[in-house]
Design a binder for this molecule. Structure first.
Ligand code: MFK
Ligand code: FAD
Length: 496
């Protein structure tokens, strides 16, 4: 019989993740750390079961069922098994509730769970991220009725009462440039707002609610005139007829995630705040979903590297195991080193977010969070593609073959750099973040230099801040030239 190659075996994603465990050991008080273990262990178990399912069953895509057998329009979406399990699993492990607990460690504890769950979730984490972002934006709005109505659902620990929220921003005219939004909000004679328009990407169309940008009728042009609205999509068990699903997108990756094109034909809506400056109001949501994106990107890297490392102990070439070949071992070590750097930045952001939200951070830490959030998103988004590509190559031809379950890692990774703000858009947001907190950031760098921890990085950051402040001071043609350098500046900062 021919020699058959062993498939890679996934080791326990929690018990064997030294990077995650040491971060939690270092950062969390012992009692909280111990309490977290049971959830993380169970999510690691789930990840193992899901990987087994991936490699032993044919993967399916969600399907849009437009009509029932009797000719009634139903717009029902049939989901994959992992999606059907999503609400029960995530409420049982309180993934979203954990992030909103009354502790400066809440976000770190939430994102440890997200990191372990993400790959197994088949991007159920995408609507979860948006739900978390919606909860955060509603809290920031201070809108009491909406908070009381939506948050108990968004943060529920019971699948029967749990709701998912979407984030309806992108339209055909503009995803980065939401100022071109064409969706209009009209007010009925009874005072009820209703949305009319078309949203071009909706990834939580199975959700029960959404935050949507729309232009109140008669408001002016541009982004400043947009308002942020809260909507609900269901009337009991039926989808509201004013929400029409035109089709599901046929995408490069994230196949299990139903991303829809939708039409709003008078969907009832409630303003989240004032009837303008909707982008400002949705910003807390963006910053939370961008943090999720970074966590999920490092989770994909961790999975790709774990499988490649295991395979290197099984596969032989030139009389030795791959792991014993110096160049292959070096390739794996390089992957691990860049993963650990990305992990450190991402979990620093997660921890800072919790501290800032809990009022436990210094002012310069809030400025640092504002800067590091787009940096973590843009850097991990690119690194995930590079890492998954290199990791696939570690399997040779097998990495290119669908029924190994491996190519999906690379296809899925491409999305991290696109949604929630492309790399360029986030490079510009980095400049915005520097502009908002320049003084505080300079204080942070001075403290860092004084502590002498990493003087080379601190000096490099100081130079980058000087460049950025020069950029922010100048206008006109100069500004264009400097804007062109924003990506270089952002990557320099991220690598420090
Ligand atoms: C599994 C992984 C989990 C991830 C799930 C993801 C699911 C995918 C869902 C999506 O993709 S949803 C769509 C996401 N879309 C975007 O991220 C839009 C990308 N475009 C931008 O971010 C643009 O930069 C932006 C829309 C913000 C530009 O709009 P404007 O109005 O031209 O920006 P402007 O005037 O600079 O900012 C308006 C206000 O918002 C300003 O405040 P003020 O009104 O007080 O001056 C800004 O400071 C504020 N702002 C903008 N971005 C901010 C922010 N504040 C805090 N943080 C930010 N990031
Ligand atoms: P564009 O804005 O047209 O960008 C095209 C190119 O121009 C990019 O390279 C970009 O970096 C560059 N560019 C744009 N502006 C600038 C600038 N000022 N300077 C330099 N370069 C610039 N959106 C939602 O609202 N809700 C969802 O649920 C959702 N789900 C999604 C799911 C998937 C799988 C995908 C792929 C997208 C989803 N999106 C969703 C949309 C996503 O957020 C947008 O595609 C993204 O923000 C980019 O917008 P765009 O497609 O209009 O690209």
């Amino acid at each position: 019989m021919d020699f058959l190659q062993d498939a890679p075996v996934l080791s326990h994603p929690f018990r064997n993740d030294r990077t995650l465990r040491s971060t939690l050991d270092r950062t969390l008080p012992a009692d909280r750390r111990a309490e977290l273990d049971a959830d993380l262990d169970a999510l690691g178990d789930y990840a193992l079961t899901a990987w087994e399912r991936t490699t032993t069953t044919t993967r399916r895509k969600p399907e849009l069922i437009r009509w029932d057998g009797w000719g009634r329009r139903v717009d029902r979406i049939e989901l994959t098994p992992a999606w059907q399990e999503g609400a029960a699993l995530t409420t049982r492990h309180a993934i979203l509730a954990a992030g909103h607990a009354d502790s400066p460690h809440a976000r770190l504890e939430e994102f440890a769970r997200v990191y372990l769950y993400h790959v197994a979730s088949e991007f159920y984490t995408c609507p979860l991220a948006m739900t978390d972002g919606a909860a955060t934006a509603l809290k920031a709005s201070g809108h009491r009725e909406l908070i009381e109505r939506a948050l108990p659902r968004f943060l529920s620990r019971d699948p029967a009462t749990f709701w998912l929220s979407g984030q309806w921003m992108t339209e055909t005219a503009g995803g980065s440039d939401v100022g071109r939004t064409g969706t209009v909000a009209r007010r009925d004679t009874d005072g009820q707002w209703r949305l009319h328009g078309r949203k071009w990407f909706s990834s939580a169309v199975v959700g029960e609610a959404a935050l949507a940008l729309a232009r109140p009728e008669g408001a002016g042009e541009g982004a400043g005139a947009l308002a942020l609205f809260y909507v609900e999509t269901m009337d009991g068990t039926q989808r509201r007829p004013e929400l029409v699903i035109d089709r599901l997108k046929d995408k490069l990756g994230t196949h299990e995630l139903p991303t829809a094109e939708i039409r709003l034909e008078g969907l009832p809506a409630w303003p989240v705040g004032e009837l303008a400056h909707g982008v400002r109001q949705v910003a807390p949501m963006l910053n939370v979903t961008r943090t999720w994106n970074a966590v999920c990107a490092v989770a994909s890297m961790a999975r790709a590297i774990a499988l490649a490392r295991d395979y290197a102990r099984r596969r032989s070439a030139f009389g030795r195991r791959l792991i014993e070949l110096p160049l292959h071992a070096h390739t794996l070590a390089d992957l691990q080193a860049s993963f650990e750097a990305a992990f450190a930045l991402t979990f620093e952001v997660a921890h800072l977010l919790g501290r800032v939200e809990h009022g436990a951070a210094e002012p310069h830490e809030a400025a640092l969070l504002r800067l590091l959030t787009p940096l973590a998103k843009l850097w991990t988004g690119k690194l995930a593609v590079e890492t998954c590509s290199e990791a696939l190559e570690c399997f040779g031809g097998a990495g290119y073959v669908e029924d190994t379950g491996l190519p999906q890692l690379l296809r899925d990774a491409q999305v991290y750099a696109i949604w929630e703000g492309t790399t360029n858009v986030l490079s510009l947001d980095t400049l915005r973040g520097i502009g908002e907190g320049l003084g505080a950031l300079r204080t942070a760098v001075s403290q860092w230099l004084a502590a002498g921890d990493d003087p080379a990085s601190a000096r490099a950051i100081r130079i980058a801040l000087d460049d950025a402040s020069a950029f922010l001071d100048r206008q006109g043609g100069h500004r264009d030239a400097l804007e062109a350098g924003a990506r270089g500046l952002a990557f320099t900062l991220a690598c420090c």
